[in-house]
Design a protein around this ligand. Structure first.
Ligand code: SF4
Length: 66
């Protein structure tokens, strides 16, 4: 199976442009999961821009944007 990085980049909402994992979703998830974090694409626009990928910030972000 080929990597779908090019397609993934077309809808990736993470604004950390210099990240080497951007568009490589399997690496992105693995990286953040290892740190008990959540990938940027699951946050709201404002939540993503905080660059705080912690689970607690994710829950706060979800509650704010119900
Ligand atoms: S969410 Fe994290 S790992 Fe994924 S592209 Fe953004 S900064 Fe990189």
């Amino acid at each position: 199976m080929d990597c779908k990085k090019k397609t993934n980049l077309s809808f990736c909402t993470c604004t950390y442009e210099s990240c080497s994992r951007k568009g490589i979703c399997c690496e992105c998830i693995e990286y953040h999961r290892r740190s008990n974090e959540v990938p940027g694409c699951l946050f709201s626009k404002a939540g993503e821009r905080s660059y705080d990928r912690s689970v607690s910030n994710f829950i706060r972000d979800q509650q704010k944007n119900k």
